[in-house]
Design a binder for this molecule. Structure first.
Ligand SMILES: [Zn+2]
Length: 263
């Protein structure tokens, strides 16, 4: 999700600008619409202020002055490998540039290697609502009371609950590990046995971690962050220097400190 916050800032460069044309280089990233219809629907539209919900980026459009149809909204999901780039017209096309939005001032390019997710075009607000209907509140904006009630509504292991986008939207695997480590809570604990103190700490650390990460446009990986040590051969806790442990929880590789985060 911090990445998507960064892509939102990239998309902002197109805000208020009119699309001259859309070039679909690989229609596999389009969801529920063909390349021709996609290009037609967006040509001459103005891009409006983008916003983020969880891992989704929404880019509403405004109609050209003489258009009759309601302006559509782009919903972009980046999967594991997607990103947005703002490029000069003469910058060489990257092999993974799938869709290019051409503006007079430059090009917005959707670049994605694995094409796991992609771009939807919602023609009306009801379609936007439908696509986002299964998502919980955004992790950066949820308040402590709602966080507590949503997280503890069902008895389950904590880490998969944090990553469940219908509980709260935005946290991926590495984010969840970082937050649990900062809050000193074992990822395997049950949501039902968390104390009020645990929940308060978890919410606070999540908000603080996201505040820094969203500003950076990625999860910080400096020496004082767990994430900075994920790929080291001899992984040590940056707080207590104990050997970190790796477990599979809910099918995902989970890194934690057995001393700071006792079970
Ligand atoms: Zn530790």
């Amino acid at each position: 999700m911090p990445d998507v916050a960064g892509f939102r800032r990239v998309a902002e460069q197109a805000t208020g600008k009119q699309v001259r044309e859309v070039r679909v280089h690989d229609a596999q990233v389009l969801r529920g619409i063909g390349a021709d219809a996609f290009e037609r629907a967006l040509r001459r539209r103005f891009f409006a202020e983008p916003r983020r919900h969880g891992k989704w980026l929404l880019i509403p459009t405004a109609a050209a002055a003489n258009a009759s149809a309601a302006p559509p909204t782009l919903l972009v999901h980046f999967g594991m490998t997607g990103n947005l780039q703002w490029c000069a017209h003469d910058e060489e096309l990257h092999a993974h540039d799938r869709v290019v939005f051409d503006f007079a001032a430059g090009e917005l390019r959707y670049r994605d290697m694995r094409k796991l997710t992609g771009i939807h075009l919602a023609r009306e607000q009801a379609e936007v609502d439908g696509l986002l209907a299964d998502l919980g509140p955004d992790a950066q904006r949820i308040d402590a009371a709602e966080f507590d009630s949503r997280l503890t509504r069902t008895r389950r292991r904590l880490k998969p609950a944090l990553m469940d986008q219908s509980v709260l939207a935005g946290l991926g695997n590495i984010c969840a590990d970082e937050i649990l480590w900062r809050a000193r809570i074992n990822p395997n604990r049950s949501t039902a046995e968390l104390s009020d103190g645990d929940l308060g700490r978890l919410h606070r650390e999540m908000r603080e971690m996201l505040r820094v990460a969203v500003r950076a446009g990625r999860i910080p990986d400096g020496a004082s962050w767990l994430t900075g040590h994920r790929e080291e051969p001899d992984r040590r806790c940056p707080r207590c220097s104990s050997a970190l442990r790796r477990l599979r929880i809910g099918g995902r590789s989970t890194l934690f400190c057995p001393v700071c985060q006792p079970g």
